[in-house]
Design a binder for this molecule. Structure first.
Ligand code: C5P
Length: 229
């Protein structure tokens, strides 16, 4: 039987990039490594939670003690998240592609040297907003705590506040992914601000594993406080 501050809880984490197919050999993607999301999943498992990690295509190992569900595109990731609910806490750390090819072609696109690139884009579903906007009532499938990430290059805290309101989540973990922010994307360190309706907490730059442990401890105490209300 699991012990720890998250014993008896189900924690859902999304992590990594998504790949949006253009044709059988090409896709749209981004530079997310999955390191921060995978570290959070590992830390939640170490804190005693049952953890489902919905992972986009990554080159890193599955964390120990975690059920991993693979998803390729944003739409597959949303379906995997919906299938994994209910959960007590959902942490959306994946760098989901905002856009996909409007139509994934069944055979390889050819260039003919004259026509413009035949690529129309369509907006992907916002997985975080879809789940966070469910009504806060038992049975709705909205986790008690919904956490989003905000990777920003400018006005990090301001943008995170706007995201909190727009997406309906309980907490936004904001990080500076500009070069000046220390090479967060793909790197092993992160410097974050925790932005919630209660205010902003700024944490010193630390290894992604350490950020993950602190975040999990923070969420466990918020969850314990809300269960006592
Ligand atoms: O709007 P933006 O992409 O900056 O928001 C980032 C947050 O929203 C992250 O928590 C990310 O996992 C989530 N997100 C999502 N689905 C999308 C886009 C973003 O879950 N299509």
């Amino acid at each position: 039987r699991a012990r720890g501050p998250l014993a008896g809880r189900h924690v859902l984490v999304t992590s990594g990039p998504t790949h949006e197919p253009i044709d059988p050999v090409r896709y749209i993607a981004n530079r997310s490594s999955g390191k921060q999301g995978h570290a959070i999943a590992a830390a939640a498992a170490a804190a005693g939670a049952r953890v489902t990690l919905v992972s986009g295509p990554v080159a890193i190992a599955d964390p120990p003690g975690v059920a991993v569900v693979r998803a390729e595109s944003a739409r597959e990731m949303l379906a995997a998240v919906e299938a994994a609910l209910p959960a007590d806490v959902a942490i959306f750390a994946a760098a989901v592609a905002d856009w996909r090819a409007a139509e994934a072609k069944p055979s390889k696109l050819k260039k003919d040297g004259t026509t413009p690139a035949p690529l129309a884009l369509a907006l992907n579903p916002d997985i975080l907003a879809t789940i966070a906007r469910r009504p806060r009532e038992p049975g709705s499938g909205r986790p008690a705590l919904v956490v989003g990430f905000a990777a920003e290059t400018d006005d990090v805290v301001e943008n995170a506040r706007a995201k909190l309101a727009r997406k309906g989540c309980d907490l936004v973990v904001a990080n500076d992914v500009s070069a000046a922010g220390g090479g967060v994307m793909g790197g092993d360190f992160n410097a974050v601000h925790l932005v919630s309706p209660e205010g902003v907490e700024t944490w010193a730059r630390a290894a992604k594993d350490e950020v993950a442990r602190r975040l999990v401890a923070h969420l466990a105490s918020r969850l314990a406080a809300s269960s006592q209300e």
